[in-house]
Write a protein that binds this ligand. Sequence first.
Ligand code: ADP
Length: 322
Amino acid sequence: MKKIAVLTSGGDAPGMNAAIRAVVRNGLHKGWEVYGVRLGYAGLISGNIIPLGAREVGGIIQRGGTVLGSARCVEFKTEAGRAKALRSLRQFDIEALIVIGGNGSQTGAYELSKMGFPIVGVASTIDNDLYGSEMTIGVDTALNISLEALDRLKITASSHQRAFLLEVMGRECGYLALMTGIAGGAESIIIPEVPLDPEDVVDHIHKAYEKGKAHAIIVVAEGAKYNATKLAAYFDEHHERIGFDLRVTILGHIQRGGNPSAFDRILASRLGAGAVDQLEKGEAGVLMGLLHGEVSPTSLEEVVNNKKKIDLRLFELANILD
Ligand code: ADP
C-alpha cells in the first residue's frame, strides 16, 4: 500500500478531526501518502482531492466539525455516481479509502466496496445507531452537551415550578435521549424503541406535581412517534391535568457543535489509526468500531444489514430511578 485517501461523510460529529489526524499520521508513519477528499462523496465524484501532510492535520484534534467538510450526496447513491467516484480514485492512483461517518455513509462505503475497491469505515455519528460499534465517535460529546442543557433547564424549571420537554437528536435511535435522561435524572424519557401512550406521560407528570416536585423534565428523542412538538400539542389539550406550566426546548444542531470530549478524541484516534492498520493487513471491506473496549473490525455487509439495538434494561433503570 502506498497511497490512501480519507473522507468524512453525512452528519458531522465532534471527533471527526481527531480521526482524520490519526489516519494521516499513522499512514505517514508507515511511509504511505495520504490524501484528503473534500466534502464527502460529492468531492469523491468531482475529484476534490488534496494531499495531506502531518502539518495539515496539526491543531485540529480539539476542534469539532470536520476540516475536510462533509456533504449529503444523492448522486453517489447511483451506480453511475459511484463509477465516477472510482474514476477519481484511480486518477490519483489511490489504492484504498477510509470513510469516517455514520449509517448512510457506511452503506455508501459498502456499495463502493462491492465494486471492488478496498474500503475501511470508521464509526462516527452522534446518534450511536451504527451496528459494529458500542460507542461511535461524537456521541459522548453530544451527550455531554444535552446533559448540560438538561442541568440548566432543571435550575430554571425548579424556580418556576415548570415542566420542560427537552428534545434531543438521535434520528430513529433513542440512545442520546435515554442516556441524557439517566445522567440528568429526568422524570420521563421518551424514545422510539418504547412505544407510549401520551396519556401515561400526562399521568406521570401529574403524579410528580402531586408529590410536590419542584419541576418535571421529560427528555424526548427526536425520532419518537410523539416528538416534543406533538407532545406539547397533546399536553396543551390536557393542561389542567398536568399541574405544571409547560415549556419546550429543542436542542437540534447545538448538539453537533462544540469541542470533542477526551473520550471522543481518544476513540477517534484509536479508530482512525486502527483503520490504517487494517489496510496494512490487507483486510478491507470492514467498519472499525469499539467492541468490548477493543478496536474491532466488522464486515460492512454485516453492518449495513443489522440494526443496532439499545439496552432496554437501562430504560427500566431510568424508570426505577426517576
Ligand atoms: P450518515 O452517514 O450521517 O448516516 P447520511 O445518511 O446522510 O449520513 O448518508 C451520507 C451519504 O452517504 C449520503 O448523502 C449518500 O451520499 C451516501 N449514502 C447513503 N445511503 C446510501 C446508499 N444506499 N447507497 C449509496 N450511498 C449512500
